[in-house]
Each structure stands twice: as C-alpha cells, then as structure tokens.
Design a protein around this ligand. Structure first.
Ligand SMILES: Nc1ncnc2c1ncn2[C@@H]1O[C@H](COP(=O)(O)OP(=O)(O)OP(=O)(O)O)[C@@H](O)[C@H]1O
Ligand SMILES: [Mg+2]
Length: 594
C-alpha cells in the first residue's frame, strides 16, 4: 500500500474536484437509500387501506379508485428520488473519474521526463519492453486505483453507512439476521478475487512473453526467412500460445464460480429476511412493508459487498504497478549536468590517462589512454575490432563517465562543462546509423531545427546523398525508416553525415562513417570535409586510411591500450600497425588496377 502514497501529491493537486465528487457520491446514496423507505411505506399503506376497505365492505373493484391518487404520489416520489440520484451519479463520475484521467496524464508525463534524463547505461540494463510496460500498462493500472477504486470506495462506504443506518433504525433484530451472511459473502468474494488476480497476472506475464517473442520474430524476419526457420519459430510460438490458452481456460473456470457464489449468498440473506421478517410480522414487531424494504436494501448492498473484493484487487494490482514505477523513478541519472552557463566550445580535446569499464557488462574497454587534439586538429583512430575506438566517442559525448583519469575539453574537465553545450558543439556520426521514421528533410533538420530547406539541400550535397534523395518518389518529402522507404546502408550513413554537419559543430566525430560508401563517393565527401573542417577539431575512427586528407595525428588502439601514437610519418617509420595497413591498402589498389 505504501507505494501508492506517492500518488497523494497528485490527488492533492486536484483536491477540489475530489471533494465535490465525494459530496456528490454521498448525496446520490442519500437519495438511493430513500427509495426503499418510500416503497415500504407504500406497501404498508396498501395493506392497511385494503383491510380497512374490506371492513367497510367496499367492493374490490373500487379499490383502485380509492387508492389511485396516493399510489401515484408514491410513484412520483420514487421517480424523483431516482432522478436526483442519477444526476449526482453523473457528477460523481465527472469529477472523480475525470480526476483519474488528469492524474494519469501527469504521471505519465513525469515518468517520460524522468526516463529521458536517465543515462544510457540505464537503458542498456533494462529492456525496452520493460520500460514501455511501466509507462503504459502500469500507469493504466494505477489509474484504475485513482478512478474506479477511489470512486467505488467512497460510494461503498457511504452507501453502507446509510443503508445500515436506515435498516437498524427500522428494525435492529431483522437487520442482524439479514446482514449475517454478508461478511461471509465479502470474504469469499475476496478469496475468489485473489485467485482470479493471481491467474490474471500469470496470463499477463505469459502475454508479454508472447509479445516479446513475436516482436523479436518480426524484427528478425529477414534472418529467419533466410535460414528457413519459420517452422521452428512457428512451433515455439504454438507452444507459448498453448500455455496462454491453458491459463486463460483456468481463469474462465474460476470466473464461472464467481456469480453463482454471489447469488447463493445473497439468496441466503433474502430467505433469512423473509423468514425472520415473517415471524416478526406475525408477532406484530414488523410490518410487511419492512420485509419489502429489507429485501431491497439487501439487494442494494450486494453490489458494494462484491465490490470490496474487486476494489481490494485493484488496489493490490495498482500497488504492484506503482512499486514498479517507483523503482525506476528512484533511479538517479549517473550523468548529471551541474552547469547551466551558455558559452562556445573552442574544441581542444584531451584524454589524460583515461581508463573505462562498461558498468553494465564489466568489460574494460579502455586502459590508460592519453592524447591531445588541439583546436582545429584532425586525429585518426585506428585499431582492430573491439579495441575501444567507439568507446572513445561515447566518452567524449559523456554518455558515460570515465572510470579513472580525466577528459578535458578546452582545458576543463568534461564533468564541469555544461553537458548540453558540449553535446551541442559535437557533430557525431555514430557507427550504427539510426534514422527516425520521418521525411528526409526532417531527418537532416534533426541536426539543426533552424536549418532552411536550402541548407538541407546544401548539406546533403556535401554528404553526397542529395542525388539519392532526389531520386526517391517524393524527393525530400519521402518518409524514410519504418513504414517508409528503406535506404541502403551507404545512403543511411551519408544521411547521418549530413545530419551531423548541418549542426555546424566545433568538434566532429565520425565513427567508421564511410564503411559502406564506395571510393569515388568517399573522395567526394572527403574533399568537402577537407574544406569544411579547416578550423574544426575532428576525430575520425576508421578501418581504412583515407588518402588526400590531411591528418595531424594518428593513434592505434589494441585491446583498449594505446599501441601507437604520432604523426602519419612518425607512425610510418615505426613500421607497426599503421605501416602494415598502408601497405595492405596499396597492394589492394595495385591488384585492382592490374
Ligand atoms: N554498451 C556497451 N556495453 C558493454 N560493453 C560494451 C558496450 N559497447 C562496447 N562494449 C565492449 O567494449 C569493447 C570495446 O568496444 P568498442 O565498441 O569501443 O570497439 P570498437 O573498437 O569500436 O570496435 P569496432 O571496430 O568493431 O567498431 C568491446 O569488448 C565491447 O564488447
Ligand atoms: Mg566501433
């Protein structure tokens, strides 16, 4: 339950509506409790009048003429009560259920904002499905508590108080017998609901595993088809579905018991009312109208008593969901920005004895790396796969903080900088290209919202992707990504380059961004880069040494350690990795031209 306390601040935010809602509930129940009184009186009136008239020898065909007017008044009164009750009922839903929707919106917005502030290692630790489930399903379950559970909780309490008060006022003994089976009803319904709940949760879990299974199949459909594994996956899906079916059938069985049980216990109450009431009438302790009143009251109480079990289960579920939500809300971002100052970054970069271990996997990706790139210089990072090259880019963007050592930008520790200024001043082309499902223009403008269409054209030209875009069905307005045109690997890379450069950043980081681009196109892009990067610092991670591009410094990584470092001619003289790589490339070229 205490997990739900977090929600009190939201409830307080909308307390006005909650108070009005509560008043409406109470008033609606007040009028509801008046109805049986009126009906009981009407019945007693009829019994009395009929026996009176019989004594006076009135013909039974004249009864209606004698009583018609009075009965009509009774009927109108009941109708009036029902009408007023209905009006208040409308307003109680309009206030309390309405509130729950407002709070649901606020809560979801808060969770979303919090998620966005969390660092990437958080996202690596938790899968997307889990994050999504907490912001959608769990929030909906919490809303069930804020809306229906609160509403019916208030409703039930006030109806209980009023009905039982009226019953005791009319006849305490009869009340005792009539109400006797109700605690039992409540308890058994609570027990059945708990079983239902457990089974529903198991079904829910099975459904989400079914969902993730299907999701993975659809995202990997290419691989599955090419390996002709449809059959195997179909079988696995059948098995999962079978479990789901069995669980659902079990639930259906328990559900089927629910209503018969409820009706059984209510019938016991009704029978007790009639039997005990009958005895009391014969002794002159009660009137026949009282029996009618009590039967209506018992039926009025049936629903709230059933609802106790239902509300309890909603609260249980909401509290489990809220616990899951709270768990993520309590996570503090590992990367925080303490500096709000606005300034320009010059672009001097220095790694001082930097070591880094990925917090989620415990893999040490870098050890004791030191280098310095003065503003305007170009650095090339070479190295075998998994040697830690991309990790350097991640650290510069401060996606993670170093485990030891220091990264300095413009001579100041990266942790003391305004994180947003640093990220804004870096044009980053990641190794894994990600484009949004939006138009080509929008994807490029993602780098710079203020960019005009002319600029978008200009920068796609620089990235040698303009012709590709213009040959798409709707040119720059073509939707790309999911549900749109699929671009080739090389086209995506060049889109990503255009997106990074249109930022006009002070620092450029290109991570293997020309791997899927042919040599002619590569030359075209390099020519542009050569011109545009004149005064900018650049870190270029590559598997291929690019000709015709002036480089100030090269570092070679090996297993996260610095293997070679120096100017191109220094490294050439060292006859190490760089030397071998250059020679290999030369041989390839000769082979091709031969
Ligand atoms: N997000 C991550 N979480 C955990 N470990 C990671 C993560 N990213 C990379 N690693 C590990 O860190 C090491 C260095 O990876 P990195 O991506 O920096 O290599 P790389 O030199 O860029 O390789 P490639 O040339 O294949 O791109 C690898 O052993 C890798 O498994
Ligand atoms: Mg990499």
């Amino acid at each position: 339950m205490k997990d739900l306390f977090v929600l009190n601040k939201y409830l307080l935010r909308y307390k006005g509506r909650l108070i009005i809602g509560t008043i409406c509930v109470v008033l609606s129940n007040y009028f509801k409790a008046l109805v049986p009184l009126e009906i009981g009186e009407a019945l007693d009136f009829i019994v009395l009048k009929v026996s009176d008239m019989k004594e006076q020898g009135t013909q039974s065909s004249d009864f209606s003429a004698e009583m018609g007017g009075d009965l009509f008044t009774f009927g109108l009164t009941v109708l009036f009560y029902a009408l007023v009750m209905g009006i208040f009922m409308y307003f109680m839903r309009q206030t309390i259920i309405y509130n729950s929707r407002l709070i649901e919106y606020d809560l979801r917005k808060d969770i979303y904002e919090h998620y966005q502030n969390l660092d990437v290692s958080f996202y690596k630790k938790h899968n997307t499905g889990d994050l999504m489930a907490r912001i959608t399903e769990d929030v909906s379950k919490v809303r069930m508590y804020l809306g229906p559970a609160v509403l019916y909780g208030i409703n039930l309490t006030s109806l209980f108080v009023m009905v039982i008060y009226s019953m005791i006022k009319i006849n305490p003994t009869l009340s005792f017998y009539t109400l006797l089976p109700l605690p039992l009803l409540s308890l058994s319904i609570y027990m059945v609901s708990s079983v239902i709940n457990k089974k529903s949760e198991a079904i829910q879990r099975q459904l989400s595993s079914l969902n993730s299974f299907a999701q993975e199949v659809y995202s990997g459909i290419h691989v599955i088809k090419s390996y002709v594994k449809e059959g195997a996956f179909g079988k696995a899906f059948d098995e999962e579905s079978e479990i789901f079916k069995e669980k659902s059938l079990e639930l259906a069985k328990v559900n089927a018991m629910f209503y018969p049980l409820m009706i059984l216990l209510v019938s016991v109450s009704t029978i007790l009312t009639v039997v005990v009431g009958g005895i009391q009438v014969s002794k002159g302790l009660a009137t026949p109208g009282n029996i009618a009143q009590f039967i209506i009251y018992v039926n009025m109480l049936t629903w709230p008593v059933t609802a106790i079990g239902w509300i309890a289960s909603i609260i249980q579920q909401a509290s489990a969901s809220m616990q899951r939500i709270n768990e993520f809300q309590a996570v503090t971002p590992a990367i925080e920005n303490d500096n709000e100052a606005v300034y320009d970054v010059q672009g001097e970069i220095e790694f001082r004895d930097v070591s880094f271990t990925y917090p989620n996997s415990g893999i040490q990706a870098l050890s004791n790396i030191s280098f310095k790139v003065s503003s305007g210089q170009k650095l090339i990072i070479l190295g075998k796969t998994a040697s830690g090259k991309s990790t350097i880019a991640e650290l510069l963007l401060r996606m993670y903080d170093v485990s030891s050592g220091q990264i300095l930008i413009d001579g100041r520790d990266i942790k003391e900088h305004n994180l947003n200024s640093i990220r804004k001043s870096i044009g980053y082309v990641p190794q894994d290209v990600f484009l949004f499902s939006d138009t080509a223009t929008k994807n490029v403008q993602f780098g710079n919202d203020a960019a005009t269409f002319a600029e978008v054209q200009e920068y796609t030209d620089y990235a040698a992707v303009r012709d590709d875009i213009e040959s798409l069905p709707e040119q720059f307005e073509t939707r790309i990504g999911e549900r749109g045109v699929t671009l080739s690997g090389g086209q995506k890379q060049r889109m990503s380059i255009a997106r990074a450069l249109i930022k006009k950043p002070q620092i450029v980081i290109l991570d293997d961004c020309l791997s899927a681009v042919d040599t002619t196109t590569e030359q075209k892009i390099l020519q542009y880069l050569k011109r545009s990067l004149v005064e900018k610092s650049a870190i270029i991670i590559t598997h291929r040494i690019m000709s015709g591009f002036d480089v100030d410094q090269i570092i070679v990584l090996e297993d996260g350690k610095m293997a070679e470092k120096g100017t191109p001619s220094e490294l050439y003289a060292q006859k190490g990795f760089y030397f071998d790589m250059l020679n290999e490339q030369k041989e390839e070229k000769q082979l091709k031209s031969a």
